[in-house]
Design a protein around this ligand. Structure first.
Ligand SMILES: Cc1cc2nc3c(=O)[nH]c(=O)nc-3n(C[C@H](O)[C@H](O)[C@H](O)COP(=O)(O)OP(=O)(O)OC[C@H]3O[C@@H](n4cnc5c(N)ncnc54)[C@H](O)[C@@H]3O)c2cc1C
Length: 459
C-alpha cells in the first residue's frame, strides 16, 4: 500500500524533509503532499536583506526550488496557498484551507512533518496595520517594502525597530536606498547576540556608516498622518519616519501543534528527539524554527531559529522517514552577520549564558588584524574567548572585524564542537600568508591570552 507523507510548511525544513524522503522512497511507495500557505517554496528568507538592498537584483534568485520543480523532478505534490488549520492525530488527517478559492478539505497521512517555522513578535502597538510599517519574514514582505520605497511620495526617513541581526541587516539595506536610518533598540546596544563589549564595537561601526543608534528606548506606539506612518513613538519622544521595518525577534509557530496536543519543551518550541520525532506522537516529525534543539555546551534545550539548523533538521527527518538512519546532534549557537563592511561572528556561550549555565570561566579579548600589519588592507579584528576554569575548555567565542573576520568563527566553532581546550588551540595549524593573517592568527593570539589568564587564575 502506498503511504502518504504530509508536510506542513513548504520552506527550508519542510521541503528538505520532503526531498530527502523522496530520494529514498519512490512514488509507488510514498506519496508526498506539502501544504504551504504562502506564494513560494524553498525560498531564502536569509537573502531578503540583500535583495531589498539591491545587491541581489531579482526576487526569484532567492527561490531555490519552485513547486513545478518539486512536482516534475521529485514527484512532490506542493499545494501553495493552502493553510493547514487543524491536525487531527486520532483520525490521522490534516484540515487545509484553500486561501485562493476558499473551502477546506481533509487529507489523511501516515507520516506528518510539522515545519511551520516561526512567527515574528508583534507587540500591541504594531498590530494596527499602519501603511509603511513592515515585518520582514517572507518574500511578500520584501516585495511590499520595495514597492513602498519606490512609490510616490518616496520615503525620506527610515526607522528600524529591533537591533538583532535582521534589524541590523535591514538597516544596511535601507541605507543602500539612500535613506537616513535610525535603529531603535530597547537594550543598551544593538546585537545582543554578542557580549556588550563586542556589541559596542558593532554599534560604533554602525554609527560610522551613518546609522543612528537609538539604544535604551522603548517603542510605545506609531503615529500616522494621512493614513501613512509619520513617526515611531518612544518613551523619549517621537522619531520621524516614512518607512518602518520591524525586527523584534520571533517565536516558534506552535499554534497548530499545541491545539493537536504535541509536546512543547521548556523553550516553548516543539520537543523532538535526536531523529526529529515528536515524542508520544507516532509518525509525527518536526523540524526547523518551530522546534527546540539541544545546546551542546550548556546542555539545555534552546530555541535557535536559523536556516542552517532548519535545513539539517529537515534532512534528518526526511532520511529517517525514507527508511534510513540519521540524527541531529544539537547546536552550539554559531552565527555570522555583517553591517556594511563590518563582520560579526559568534559561537557557543556568551558571558551571561556561561554564568546562567553555572560555569566558572575566564574571558579574554585579543586585538589584532585580519592580515599582516604591513599588507595593504590590514584592518583591526577583535577576538573574544570564554574558557572554562580551571579546565581551559573553550565555552564560547566572538569575533568583530573587517574582511575575513566573520568566517574565522568556523575554526572556533570546530574547536568548541570538539571540546578543545584553549591550550590545545594554541598549536592549531591554521593557514598563514600575509594577505590572509598575521603570522600569529588572531585566533591563536586569543587562545594564548586565554591560557595566560587561566594560569593567573583570573577572570
Ligand atoms: C530577514 C531574514 C534573514 C535571515 N538570515 C538568516 C541567516 O543569515 N542565517 C540563518 O541561518 N538564518 C537566517 N534567517 C532565518 C531562516 O530564514 C529561518 O531559520 C529558516 O527559514 C527556517 O526555516 P523553516 O522551514 O523552519 O521555517 P520557515 O522558513 O519560516 O518556513 C515555514 C513555512 O511554513 C509555512 N506555514 C506556516 N504555518 C502554515 C500552515 N498552517 N499551513 C501551511 N503553511 C504554513 C510558512 O508560510 C512558511 O513558508 C533569516 C530570516 C529572516 C526573516
Amino acid at each position: 500500500m502506498v503511504e502518504r507523507m504530509v508536510v506542513v510548511g513548504g520552506d527550508a525544513a519542510g521541503m528538505s524533509a520532503a526531498s530527502q524522503a523522496r530520494r529514498l522512497r519512490d512514488r509507488d511507495d510514498l506519496e508526498i503532499v506539502a501544504f504551504e500557505r504562502g506564494h513560494f517554496t524553498s525560498y531564502s528568507a536569509c537573502g531578503i536583506p540583500y535583495w531589498v538592498s539591491g545587491l541581489v537584483p531579482e526576487r526569484d534568485q532567492l527561490v531555490a526550488r519552485d513547486p513545478a520543480t518539486f512536482r516534475d523532478k521529485f514527484d512532490i505534490d506542493v499545494r501553495l496557498r493552502h493553510e493547514v488549520t487543524a491536525i487531527d492525530l486520532d483520525r490521522r488527517e490534516v484540515v487545509a484551507r484553500d486561501l485562493e478559492r476558499g473551502g477546506e478539505a481533509r487529507t489523511g497521512f501516515d507520516t506528518l512533518v510539522y515545519a511551520t517555522g516561526a512567527t515574528p513578535i508583534q507587540p500591541e502597538w504594531a498590530r494596527g496595520g499602519v501603511a509603511g510599517v513592515f515585518g520582514m519574514q517572507t518574500l511578500d514582505d520584501g516585495t511590499a517594502l520595495l514597492d513602498w520605497l519606490e512609490r510616490e511620495p518616496r520615503p525620506r526617513r527610515a526607522v528600524v525597530v529591533g537591533g538583532g541581526y535582521i534589524g541590523v541587516e535591514m538597516a544596511e539595506a535601507l541605507l543602500h536606498h539612500g535613506l537616513p536610518v535610525d535603529l531603535v533598540e530597547q537594550a543598551d546596544q544593538p546585537m545582543s547576540t554578542v557580549d556588550p563589549d563586542m556589541g559596542e564595537l558593532v554599534a560604533e561601526a554602525m554609527r560610522g556608516t551613518g546609522i543612528g543608534i537609538r539604544a535604551g528606548l522603548t517603542v510605545t506606539g506609531l503615529d500616522e498622518r494621512d493614513g501613512r506612518i509619520a513617526a515611531v513613538v518612544t518613551d523619549e519622544g517621537p522619531i520621524p519616519a516614512d518607512v518602518v521595518v520591524l525586527g523584534l525577534g520571533v517565536r516558534p509557530n506552535v499554534a497548530l501543534a499545541t491545539a493537536a496536543g504535541l509536546p512543547l519543551g521548556p523553550s516553548g518550541a516543539i520537543r523532538v528527539d535526536r531523529r526529529m520525532r515528536v515524542p508520544g506522537a507516532d509518525g509525527v516529525w518536526a523540524a526547523g524554527d518551530c522546534v527546540e534543539s539541544l545546546h551542546r555546551v550548556s546542555g539545555m534545550p534552546m530555541h535557535i531559529p536559523l536556516g542552517t539548523h532548519a535545513n539539517k533538521q529537515g534532512r534528518v527527518a526526511g532520511i529517517n522517514i525514507g527508511g534510513g538512519y540519521a540524527t541531529f546532534p544539537g547546536v552550539i549557537g554559531t552565527a555570522v552577520t555583517k553591517v556594511c563592511d563590518l563582520e560579526v561572528g559568534r559561537t557557543g556561550l556568551r558571558e551571561r549564558d556561561a554564568t546562567a549555565a553555572g560555569f566558572e570561566f575566564v574571558t579574554v579579548l585579543a586585538e589584532s588584524t585580519n592580515r599582516a600589519g604591513y599588507y595593504p588592507g590590514a584592518r583591526p579584528m577583535t577576538v573574544k574567548l570564554i574558557a572554562e576554569r580551571p579546565s581551559g575548555r573553550l565555552l564560547g567565542a566572538q569575533i568583530v572585524g573587517w574582511s575575513e573576520a566573520a568566517k574565522r568563527i568556523d575554526a572556533l566553532a570546530v574547536a568548541l564542537w570538539n571540546n578543545m581546550t584553549v591550550d590545545e588551540m594554541t598549536a592549531l595549524d591554521l593557514g598563514y600568508a600575509p594577505p590572509y593573517a598575521p603570522v600569529w592568527d588572531p585566533v591563536l593570539i586569543a587562545a594564548r591570552k586565554a591560557v595566560d589568564a587561566l594560569s593567573h587564575g583570573g577572570r
